[in-house]
Design a protein around this ligand. Sequence first.
Ligand code: UDX
Length: 432
Amino acid sequence: MKIAVIGTGYVGLVTGTCLAETGNDVLCIDIDKNKVEQMQSGKVPIYEPHLDVLFERNIKANRLKFSTSLEEGLEHGDIVFLALPTPEDEDGSADLKYILGVANQIGKLIKGYKVIVDKSTVPVGTSEKVKAAIAKNATVDFDVVSNPEFLREGFAVDDFLKPERIVVGSSSEKAIKLMEKLYKPYVRSGNPIIVMDEKSAELTKYASNAFLAAKITFMNEIANFCEKVGADVDKVRIGMGTDSRIGKRFLFPGIGYGGSCFPKDVKALHKSGKDSNYNFQILDAVINVNARQKLVLIPKIENHFNNNLKGKNIAVWGLAFKPETDDIREAPALYMIDSLLESGANITAFDPEAMPNVKRKLGDKIKYADGMYNALENADALVICTEWSIFRTPDIDKMKANMQNNIIFDGRNLYDVKDIENEGFTYISIGR
Ligand code: UDX
């Protein structure tokens, strides 16, 4: 099938590449000329496992092309995906300026029937707005479909190629048939394509992300309570997770959720509620508890150093908001670092992928180590913020040789408490 993808951010690029992988003829459009040139020369502009292999293969096969021309995209694609940013507005709502900006141009440019697919995370009712914006100038028939993505960074290629479900929101039989045909190769395992109305599809995305954020936040509160009463959150987590109604996943406590989706989506759903005169009390709590949780280790660190962090050398392992990504948006590590810097500590950080992004943001406010052990040189303490695999089984002797004090504040519960204490470390983690 002939597909256009407007916007080559994280979602657009994964969508375009993975649609090419099953034989579709995909043209990706972006207004950023440099980025388009970079992609045309075969370079993937983001870090996402396995994307580079698929990217190269499909460019070689001439199934994946790039352009800056929206007109070309709309001429090429029978199905046109909008994968445009919906940044957080000052009041917490999702800003639709990019989506509606493009929708306003589509009507003039389409010359035959098109299915316009909204892949971005957008508030309930957006497909109606997109439809109206296109209809203003359109002289041909078109349909607008809401098709939210459920891609996890770090697993996006796998999530796209083998989705647990695909949600298609549309009231047009013709558009639904085309979407089912497009996605058939991805659900051979029998996973469903769930068809519903546009508004329900839009809300499904927000409800899923807000639910997962609430699930994590609930466990973070249980972990904090475990510390008060001397229980072990790891045991509680396993005890709870074996109930299939609860499930084992997304029960890991830590220093809060971050990233480009959960924080933004929870706030946007909360704001949508307000706009419709509905007060999402549970989301209020999720937002507030998560903000507190990002700094939950700070009082423990201060306490350990008698409220004097001035001149203390703190090593930080992990800067990305989670492993397998270089994304630092809303990363708990950055909140931790800000607070530690304010207290006068010196920070030396290491992250396998995210350091260039942090350098651009923090510059020389902190030091960047070229290896995880180098970050520990003369450290008074190590703070772990992201659970990269390489941090899970470190060389303990190397750690001790480099550190001044054998103390670890672990925001991701990487080690068995007894084991690491037996190695001679003071170990402070979450809920244990
Ligand atoms: C999420 C959704 O999972 C995905 O379906 C959606 O489309 C986009 O948002 P992503 O932001 O890539 O994906 O990351 P995810 O793996 O879901 O983790 C989100 C945050 O929750 C991370 O900060 C992670 O560290 C945190 N988390 C996750 C926990 O603190 N505990 C857990 O048990 C799971």
